[in-house]
Write a protein that binds this ligand. Structure first.
Ligand code: C5P
Length: 239
């Protein structure tokens, strides 16, 4: 895949492997319906805490049977020994991408990396895309999201992680400070006029991709639309 830091430009729409839909529903049948209609149009599906806590392996199977790649968004944050075990379990479930929190520190990230299987990526969650303003200041007084994301991105690189999760606002800066091939996963994507919901640091998919995102995570603006296929088509038109 071409990256802007390599050739100065990338076309839109992006290839399938740069597109992920988040199956954030407690309803396994609902997840199955989304996968059935969206599988021809995206390379990845994300199983997160809502679906996984209720349906575990069955949720994983819905994605695996579609032939698309499984992003298991466990957002692990625990002592290194536990994280090593969690990543090994995710590996055995066939996950190709697993999230751990950068806030867990270097040893925790290294434990995750050491447990991953071939073809699997460990990405470190930096500052949640739902945090900004007073909510952010309560956790990191006197700082700004861009600086914390930069610091944690450096930590993830040092620990040997394969990438980070960050908001659309920090993609361009991160792309400029990470080694080639470091995987930038970007949620918090909204088109003009989309409801932001609980997200705070949002941006458009087309801009995030132009800035150097490797994987665009599309959630409610597609999955909660009356017609998810039409909503995805709108995204791909760049609106
Ligand atoms: O529905 P929406 O587009 O806001 O979904 C965003 C998805 O990205 C959710 O599945 C959420 O878990 C995930 N995510 C996020 N912020 C992060 C990491 C993951 O919103 N920092």
């Amino acid at each position: 895949m071409n990256r802007p830091h390599e050739d100065g430009a990338r076309g839109w729409p992006p290839p399938l492997e740069a597109l992920c839909v988040a199956l954030d529903t407690p309803d396994l049948e609902g997840a199955r319906r989304l996968v059935a209609v969206l599988a021809p149009r995206v390379g990845w599906f994300k199983v997160g805490l809502t679906l996984f806590a209720r349906h575990g392996r069955d949720a994983v199977e819905v994605v695996r049977s579609s032939g698309r790649s499984l992003f298991l968004d466990l957002k692990c944050h625990d002592i290194p020994e536990q994280i090593a075990g969690a990543v090994a379990s995710a590996r055995d479930l066939g996950a190709r991408l697993v999230t751990v929190h950068a806030a867990g520190g270097r040893a925790m990230l290294q434990a995750a990396v050491a447990s991953r299987g071939p073809g699997m990526r460990i990405v470190a969650v930096t500052v949640l895309t739902s945090l900004d303003g007073p909510g952010f200041a309560r956790v990191w007084p006197g700082e700004d999201p861009g600086s914390v994301v930069a610091r944690w991105t450096d930590l993830a690189v040092e620990a040997g992680a394969d990438g980070v999760v960050l908001s659309p606002r920090e993609v361009a800066a991160a792309r400029g400070r990470v080694p080639p091939g470091f995987f930038l996963v970007v949620p918090g994507l909204r088109g003009p006029g989309d409801d932001a919901g609980d997200q705070a640091r949002t941006g458009t998919p087309a801009q995030a991709y132009a800035d150097g995102a490797d994987l665009l995570v599309l959630g409610r603006s597609v999955t909660r639309a009356g017609d998810p296929v039409a909503a995805l088509e709108r995204v791909l038109e760049g609106s």
